[in-house]
Ligand binder design. Sequence first.
Ligand code: NDP
Ligand code: OXD
Length: 308
Amino acid sequence: MSLLFIAPNRDTEVWKKALLEKDSNLDIEIWPKVENKERVTFAVCWNHPKNVLGNYPNLQAVSSLGAGVNHLLTDVALPEKVRLSRVVTPSLKNQLAEYLLNSVLNYRNHIPRYVDQKREGYWAPHAAIPKNECTIGIMGLGEMGTASAQLLTLNGYNVVGWSKSKKEIAGITCYSKSERDDFLAQTNILICLLPLTEKTEGILDLELFKKLKKPAYIINAGRGEHLIEEDLIYGIDTNALEGACLDVFEEEPLPSNHLFWNRPKIMITPHIAAITDPVEGAEVILENYKRSLSGMALINEVIREEGY
Ligand code: NDP
Ligand code: OXD
């Protein structure tokens, strides 16, 4: 039996070391040099090329290297019977929560504007946007959304949240799926932390932007396909939105000729809001590898029918 690791844009040697430190007997195959496909029962994938997972006759389960699993659920080469899981670790949640707090502070304090002004040698102070004009609304109150809501609340923000099933989280006003418009009407800074599914694709559109409380700002750390890109440009140009901070994009890397690059009100980061730490991640992956061999439920197993 062996574990296959496919993550072309990650440091595979660091991951191999972290996995072997947890279990020195582990048999690991690193894609693309796979010696024995028949022995592979478990795979770990991130940014894997399409169609590489089709010819593993004994593959039982696949883990994402991160929290999102849309890249696995949309892979037609993966047989339906293969179980899917994801990696959620304490530091992944902390990194994401801190990224969001930082994005909120950048927006409130006009930091992107000051970066532009420095380039131009131009001194001009701008009044910070008061905290009480910054109710933060989080779409998706799962692992990432809950941790982020808690950090933002601890920092004195009024936080509201929206999820499919209604949650009870201390200090946070929670709305269920059918209460979306009430949630949006409370929200100045909208954070998307939804998984990408058929139901959530394109959810960040002009109609939604118009329902937000003014001044309104968008932070997308979910997936690029949540956002209708032209609606964001139109929303900013027509003052429905003050601007946006985006970590994820329909096409990654964002093409060099993309309109977003030249938009001063759109902050861009290259999908770095949270990155799984190999030492923490290796523990979850190994546990799920063992569980898959004995037919046990996996940690953070994906419910295929729900799409996340
Ligand atoms: P979870 O599965 O733990 O939580 C998902 C949340 O979304 C749940 O609260 C769920 O509701 C809610 N939800 C799902 N579908 C709908 C819907 N149709 N309407 C309303 N609410 C819905 O996921 P995580 O919190 O772990 O991760 C969320 C996403 O964040 C990932 O899929 C990934 O795309 C992104 N991410 C991005 C990172 C980055 O670096 N940019 C890092 C980590 C994650 P319910 O609770 O009722 O099921
Ligand atoms: C994740 C991500 O899903 O980093 O973990 O996007």
